[in-house]
Design a protein around this ligand. Structure first.
Ligand code: CP
Ligand code: NVA
Length: 307
């Protein structure tokens, strides 16, 4: 059964299938209490392990609630409480977990850890964020954009700030869903070269810009993220450079009136984004967070061949 590791590694038609199913499932849940169970209880025979080697609020909640709504059972594990933190190897952990559960979501550090885990797991694995990427988030973001503004194909996404893990998955999605992507941030924080090459090879226009005020002019979507991710330790100099890349009202006033603003959250208010923008009319951050639930339910079913 398939793993869900990178948007770039999954056929575009499967990504679209996942989104279409998520839309239908969201509609079926609309207006119901959060514990309302999905028709047919697609995960009624399934146990899912949710492993967190880093902090999480949204990913933890959305996966756990999603499993419950589909009639499955979830076990949330923090590395701090597991023997992993006392030296048990990734290999042994993956081999053993596969004997207890049917599906594993893991949030971890280096991409190599994820890959080693996958190499030894005998059940499908979902990437719940690594230092390199955050594919579940961007699936939810594409879903959110299309809910608000129609097909993302041919649209222009402008990323402001640090070319980090979330940016990498946006570039993968640009290639797979056919949108154009401009990165705008300080030179030392440019996005991953392989992700840029992937998007370009798939036919997306990818540009690197340094001036946020000109970069946002033709944007359909403006995205930013924390200046410093969980795995990073930015120095004073980097932070100083990032200050001119804050998403604020002045910047938004240069963009189209109906431009959409996204942030995967958690946000650092008045750092990468002002409260005025985050809570303002262009912001869809809560819809992004909600859609994590719907899209990840669909991803789990896809991994278990239940879509
Ligand atoms: N956006 C996101 O993945 O949030 P958490 O870190 O809270 O899971
Ligand atoms: N780029 C952030 C995303 C958090 C959801 C991080 O990796 O910390």
């Amino acid at each position: 059964m398939p793993d869900f590791l990178e948007i770039s590694e999954i056929a575009a038609k499967d990504l679209r299938l996942i989104l279409e199913n998520a839309k239908k499932a969201k509609l079926a849940q609309a207006g119901q209490p959060k514990g309302y169970m999905d028709a047919g209880l697609p995960l009624h025979d399934t146990v899912v392990a949710l492993i967190f080697e880093k902090h999480s609020t949204r990913t933890r909640l959305s996966f756990d609630v999603g499993v419950r709504q589909m009639g499955g059972q979830s076990i949330v594990l923090s590395t701090a409480d597991m023997h992993r933190s006392r030296g048990e190897t990734i290999k042994d952990t993956a081999l053993m977990l596969s004997r207890y559960v049917d599906l594993i979501m893991i949030r971890t550090f280096a991409d190599e850890i994820l890959r080693e885990f996958v190499a030894h797991s005998t059940v499908p694995v979902i990437n719940g964020l690594t230092d390199y990427s955050h594919p579940c988030q961007i699936m939810a973001d594409v879903m959110t954009f299309e809910e608000k503004a129609g097909p993302i194909n041919g649209k222009k996404v402008v990323w402001i700030g640090n070319g980090n893990n979330v940016c990498t998955s946006f570039l993968h999605a640009a290639g797979q869903f056919g949108f154009n992507f401009a990165f705008c941030g300080p030179k030392g924080l440019d996005p991953d070269k392989n992700a840029v090459a992937f998007a370009k090879a798939q036919g997306s226009e990818v540009t690197i810009k340094r001036d946020p005020f000109s970069a946002v002019v033709d944007a359909d979507l403006i995205v930013t993220d924390a200046w410093v991710s969980m795995h990073e330790d930015a120095g004073e100099e980097t932070l100083k450079q990032l200050h001119s890349f804050q998403v604020n009202s002045q910047l938004l006033s240069r963009a189209k009136d109906n431009v959409i603003f996204m942030h995967c959250l958690p946000a650092h208010r008045e750092e990468e984004v002002t409260s005025e923008v985050l809570d303002g009319p262009n912001s869809v951050v809560l819809d992004e967070a909600e859609n994590r639930l719907h899209v990840q339910k669909s991803i789990m079913k896809w991994c278990l061949r239940k879509l």
